[in-house]
Write a protein that binds this ligand. Structure first.
Ligand SMILES: [Zn+2]
Ligand SMILES: [Zn+2]
Length: 428
C-alpha cells in the first residue's frame, strides 16, 4: 500500500510540473492584435497576383527591418525572409506564410474591400485575397513582433518565411516554395522543423484542425494528345478516329483508381477537365486533346498512377491504330504532417485555441506548396477556422470565392499559434 502511495505522490509531482509548463501560453496584447488587424486590412486592400507581390514584399521587409531582424528580399522573385536570433541557444525553426492573391473580383461589402485590378493571361481581372493569404502574412508579422519583443527568452533561431506564388506562378515562370528551396533557402537556413497555417472557410473562427501524416493531396496536371488520321465523317474506315479513342481513354482511365491502385493505402482522384477536338460535324479530326488533374495522398501511389495513366492511354490508342502522347506536369507533392511533431505540438495548439476547439481534419483533396518544405524537414500545417460564430461554416463562401470572408478574431489565435509553436518546441 505504501508503495502505491509513493507512486501516487511521484505521479502528482510529475503532472504538476508538466501542467505548470503547459499553462503558460504566450498571448499577444490588445495593441498587437489591433496592429495585426490593421496590417491584414491594408494587405487585403492591396492584393497582388503570384510572382507580382512587389508592394506586399516591401511592406513585409519594412516591418521585419523595423523589428531589427536580418532581412533578405527578392527570394524566388518577391519572397522575403526574416531571421531572429534568440537570446538562448537552440534549434532553427521556420514559420511560413504565403503572399499572393487571386484573379477574383471581390463581392463582399467589407470597408477594406479590394478594388485592385491586374492583368492575368492577357485579360484585365479583379484581384482579391480570396484565399486568406493576407491573414497568414499579418499573423506572421505579428508573431515576428511578439517574438522580437521577447527575444531574450527565445532559444535558437526563428526564420520567418514569406513565400510568393503559392497559387501557382504565371505560365512559363517558376515560383513558390519550390523555387525558394531551389535558390537555397534551406541550405542557408536549415530549420529543424517548419510550421504553417491556412485559414479555412469551412471552420468556425478560432477552431484549429490538423491531421497526422498526409493532410492535403498532391496535384498534378496531365495532357493526353490523341493522334488519329483525318477523314470524312461518312467514311470512318478511311481514317483513324481520335474522338472514339479519346472516349475509350477517358473510360479506361477510370479503372486506374478503381482497379489498379491499392486504395487501402490512400484514396486518389483522376479527373478530366478539357476535351478538345474537331471543327465540323462531318469531319473526323486528326487529333483530340485531353487535359486533367491527378490527386494523391501517397507518394508511391502517385508515381504508380503516372505510369498507369501513360500505359492505359498509349495502349488504348494503339488498339485502334491511333497514338496517345501523355505529358505529366508535376505540381505540388502531398502535404504531409510529421506524426511525431504533430503529437508534440498538440498540447500547444490546445492551449492556444482551447482544448475543445482542436479537431482532426478530414483529408483535403486540394493542394499546398508548403508540401515542398515539409518534404525537406518535418513539418506541421494546420487549418484555422474563420467562419463567424453562429454561422454554418459548412455553407460559408469557400476559399477562392468572391464572397470569401474571414472573421478577424482568428488573427489572434493564428498569431499566438506561431509564437507558441516556437516557445514550446521542443518542450522548452
Ligand atoms: Zn488558394
Ligand atoms: Zn491558399
Amino acid at each position: 500500500m505504501r508503495l502505491s502511495v509513493i507512486g501516487f505522490a511521484i505521479l502528482v509531482s510529475i503532472a504538476g510540473v508538466s501542467s505548470a509548463q503547459a499553462a503558460q501560453a504566450v498571448s499577444i496584447s490588445n495593441d498587437l492584435e489591433q496592429k495585426v488587424i490593421e496590417w491584414r486590412r491594408d494587405l487585403h486592400q492591396n492584393p497582388e497576383l503570384s510572382n507580382r507581390e512587389f508592394r506586399t514584399a516591401k511592406v513585409l521587409a519594412e516591418h521585419l527591418t523595423s523589428l531589427g531582424l536580418e532581412v533578405e528580399t527578392g527570394i524566388a522573385h518577391t519572397g522575403v525572409v526574416g531571421v531572429l536570433r534568440g537570446g538562448k541557444p537552440g534549434p532553427t525553426i521556420a514559420l511560413r506564410a504565403d503572399m499572393d492573391a487571386l484573379p477574383v473580383t471581390e463581392q463582399t461589402d467589407v470597408p477594406f474591400k479590394s478594388e485592385a485590378k491586374s492583368e492575368y493571361r492577357g485579360n484585365e481581372v479583379g484581384v482579391m485575397h480570396a484565399c486568406g493569404h493576407d491573414l497568414h502574412m499579418s499573423m506572421l508579422m505579428g508573431a515576428a513582433e511578439q517574438l522580437s519583443m521577447m527575444k531574450d527568452q527565445v532559444a535558437g533561431t526563428v526564420v520567418f518565411i514569406f513565400q510568393p506564388a503559392e497559387e501557382g506562378a504565371p505560365k512559363g515562370e517558376e515560383g513558390g516554395a519550390e523555387l525558394m528551396l531551389k535558390e537555397g533557402l534551406f541550405t542557408k537556413h536549415k530549420p529543424e522543423v517548419v510550421f504553417g497555417i491556412h485559414v479555412w472557410s469551412a471552420g468556425t473562427v478560432g477552431h484549429v484542425s490538423y491531421r497526422e501524416g498526409p493532410l492535403m493531396a498532391s496535384s498534378d496536371r496531365f495532357e493526353v494528345t490523341v493522334k488519329g488520321r483525318q477523314t470524312h465523317g461518312s467514311r470512318p474506315w478511311g481514317g483513324v478516329d481520335p474522338i472514339v479513342v479519346a472516349g475509350q481513354i477517358i473510360g479506361n482511365t477510370q479503372t486506374i483508381v478503381s482497379r489498379q491502385v491499392d486504395i487501402t493505402k490512400a484514396p486518389a482522384v483522376v479527373s478530366f477537365g478539357i476535351v478538345e477536338g474537331g471543327v465540323r460535324n462531318n469531319i473526323i479530326p486528326d487529333e483530340v486533346y485531353l487535359e486533367g488533374t491527378i490527386r494523391n495522398f501517397d507518394m508511391d501511389n502517385r508515381a504508380q498512377i503516372f505510369e498507369n495513366l501513360k500505359t492505359t492511354a498509349e495502349m488504348t490508342a494503339k488498339a485502334s491504330g491511333a497514338e496517345a502522347h501523355v505529358h505529366i506536369d508535376e505540381g505540388y507533392p502531398v502535404t504531409i504532417n510529421d506524426v511525431q511533431l504533430a503529437k508534440k505540438m498538440l498540447p500547444t495548439m490546445e492551449r492556444v485555441a482551447g482544448k475543445d476547439k482542436v479537431t482532426i481534419s478530414p483529408l483535403v483533396t486540394g493542394a499546398e506548396d508548403f508540401s515542398f518544405f515539409a518534404l525537406e524537414v518535418p513539418g506541421l500545417f494546420v487549418f484555422l477556422g474563420i467562419a463567424p460564430e453562429g454561422q454554418d461554416a459548412a455553407t460559408a463562401p469557400s476559399n477562392h470565392s468572391p464572397l470569401f470572408y474571414a472573421d478577424e478574431k482568428a488573427l489572434k489565435v493564428g498569431t499566438e499559434l506561431y509564437v507558441n509553436w516556437v516557445m514550446d518546441y521542443p518542450g522548452r
